[in-house]
Design a binder for this molecule. Structure first.
Ligand code: HAS
Ligand code: CU
Length: 552
């Protein structure tokens, strides 16, 4: 591979320290959440009982909160902070200080929420639907995580703004642009969850108000919940679009196409929350229909991504003399964990995305909603495509930040890790998809089935899930071994932070992509369009006698 001066650019050690702080929390969350995941699949197999009066829903909450909320948010903020530093330049002292304040707020909030869950005072799952009620410290902790992430994200925005000021009229570096889009998406999305927590759940858990309007709180949650999954996905796309081409020695197919797809995510990922509420009474079907159409709009940038990735691989393959439709497949660098691990994630995203399209299709959602199919869906999307890409990123980013090298043996272990994950997930997610199609419920332990004939029916599938869960837990142990090695023990050296170049680097991206007034304006209009009338409807037609339900 050719080395240019740009390959040597290092993230400033002061920025590296803050990124690593995020990764410590993220990987600790992975360790705790992973153990809970293992225990869950074992309990569900019917062959194992939880000791010491630990409840199934307590476990499920620890697992969902640690994996879905803490691991992701900390990893993403740490990665984006480093990516902006690498491509838009070292953060200023003010930006770095802002980042640290955000980091500590998030960490404090995590500790508060985690303590209440571990004390079994907040077994409300990661979606914390009312009327399930948690201790107020749990809600306040989550508020700190969210507010902390805004402050943390502000540091990336500050550095982006500084770059724009110093480089008038030029498109910003692709990775910085992408990081800022994702941060803005996150800020707009979290307004929904912050509203329900601050104005509904917190006062209610403190006993200041007696009831809570369940439909309002669920609607505000899903206003946030869908863009949440794209907040997880976009950093993986950052790697697929802008980093993988460099790792394989190819080029980014089109810088402008990548930016356009990110803008489409900003526009279309928020006004679609009703696709999680298709079976809920109290929402006008016409508005559900409109939000389903908007959901199909947000599929388009993923199809653009698939197109662009195939184009990168194919062109690279041709340059290596590959022939035929899939000739490129053989010339890819399969012995490089930095490529192979995210690639397994990418390939998994084809069936994962197809499953999402099934969910979004109202009639088919009636079959799979609240079944364990949905759990299978998000273990392919979030827990394979996204998280394997995050692992793949950490295998070069951690040594880059700690001034060490990804050694041959660690590289090999990392590739094994990726395949172990894949095999475990084929069992676990595969069995979940099938059981779900047959009507197997999600969020259910054995003890909740009631009658034993019903329980017996699901045993084979749940044993397959336990086998998968055990293999996945092995995968987590491998990740942790590699992470600790790359942080503390790997030999000192320079590991590259790969940043791809566009094929036609002379064709600069149109400046309209950086027109934030325009994009934020359209985002706001779409949100108001999709939510105003149904929201008024929900509030005006709330059941008589209360501003909501005591029980659902
Ligand atoms: Fe989803 C439920 C619809 C994507 C996560 N989703 C969930 C839940 C989670 C989640 C966590 O409409 C459960 C929430 C809960 O607890 O209740 N989802 C979609 C749709 C998409 C989608 C339309 N979901 C995701 C992603 C997630 C995620 C991404 C996490 C990161 N989902 C739903 C719906 C529900 C739902 C309903 C509610 C269901 C219910 O009833 O409750 C789309 O964005 C998917 C688009 C993706 C594609 C694939 C593009 C492929 C690419 C890879 C190319 C590969 C290459 C490699 C080049 C169109 C980019 C080539 C390799 C070779 C070997 C050939
Ligand atoms: Cu969704």
């Amino acid at each position: 591979m050719m080395n240019t001066a740009a390959d040597k650019i290092k993230v400033d050690p002061r920025d590296a320290k803050l990124s690593m702080a995020h990764f410590f929390v993220a990987f600790a969350a992975l360790a705790i959440g992973g153990l809970m995941g293992l225990l869950q699949t074992l309990v569900r197999s019917g062959k194992f009982e939880l000791p010491a009066g630990i409840g199934y829903y307590q476990l499920l909450t620890v697992h969902g909160v640690m994996m879905g909320l803490i691991l992701t948010t900390f990893f993403i903020m740490g990665f984006q902070y480093a990516a902006v530093s690498r491509t838009a330049g070292t953060h200023s002292n003010a930006a770095r200080r802002t980042g640290w304040v955000g980091f500590w707020l998030m960490t404090l909030g995590t500790a508060m929420a985690a303590t209440m869950v571990l004390l079994n005072k907040a077994s409300v799952l990661y979606t914390f639907y009312a009327p399930l009620q948690a201790h107020w410290i749990f809600y306040l902790g989550l508020t700190f995580v969210v507010v902390g992430s805004w402050v943390d994200g502000a540091s990336q925005i500050m550095t982006y703004v500084k770059w724009r000021k110093n480089n008038p009229g030029k498109p910003s570096p692709l990775l910085s642009f992408m990081a800022v889009i994702n941060t803005v998406l996150w800020i707009v999305a979290t307004l929904g969850v912050a509203s329900t927590v601050l104005f509904q759940l917190l006062p209610w858990s403190l006993g200041w108000v007696k009831t809570v309007d369940v439909l309002v709180s669920r609607t505000l949650f899903w206003y946030f919940g869908h863009p949440l999954v794209y907040f997880w996905l976009l950093p993986a796309y950052m790697c697929w679009y802008a980093i993988i081409p460099k790792i394989i020695g190819g080029k980014i197919f089109s810088d402008s196409l990548a930016r356009l797809s990110f803008i489409m995510f900003l526009l279309f990922s928020i006004p679609v929350g009703f696709h999680h509420q298709l079976t809920e009474p109290g929402i006008d079907p016409a508005w559900k229909f409109i939000q389903v159409i908007l959901t199909f709009m947000v599929v388009i940038p993923s199809l653009m991504t698939a197109f662009s990735l195939f184009a990168t691989f194919e062109r690279y393959g041709r340059s290596k003399g590959a022939k035929g439709l899939f000739g490129w497949f053989k010339v890819l660098p399969w012995n490089d964990a930095r490529f192979t691990v995210p690639f397994i994630g990418m390939a998994s995203f084809i069936p994962a995305g197809a499953g999402g399209i099934v969910n979004a299709s109202n009639q088919m959602d009636q079959v799979v909603h609240n079944t364990i199919w949905v759990t299978g869906h998000f273990h392919l999307t979030a827990a394979t495509s996204v998280v394997l890409t995050f692992f793949g990123i950490s295998y070069w980013l951690v040594p880059h930040l700690t001034g060490r090298k990804l050694t041959k043996s660690m590289n090999k272990l990392a590739i094994i890790q990726g395949w172990v994950w894949f095999i475990g997930m084929v069992f676990m997610s595969g069995a979940m998809h099938i059981q779900g199609l047959l009507g197997g419920p999600r969020r259910s332990a054995f003890s909740t089935y009631g009658d034993s004939a019903q329980a017996a029916q699901w045993i084979p599938y749940q044993i397959a899930q336990a086998v998968g869960g055990t293999i996945l837990f092995l995968g987590i142990i491998l990740v942790l071994i590699i992470f600790i090695n790359l942080t503390f023990f790997a030999p000192k050296g320079d590991e590259e932070f790969p940043v791809g170049e566009a094929e036609k680097s002379e064709a600069a991206a149109p400046m309209v992509f950086e027109n934030w007034k325009l994009w934020l304006g359209i985002t706001a209009v779409l949100i108001l369009f999709a939510y105003t009338i149904p929201f008024i409807d929900i509030i005006q037609n709330a059941p008589p006698g209360s501003k909501g339900f005591k029980t659902w």
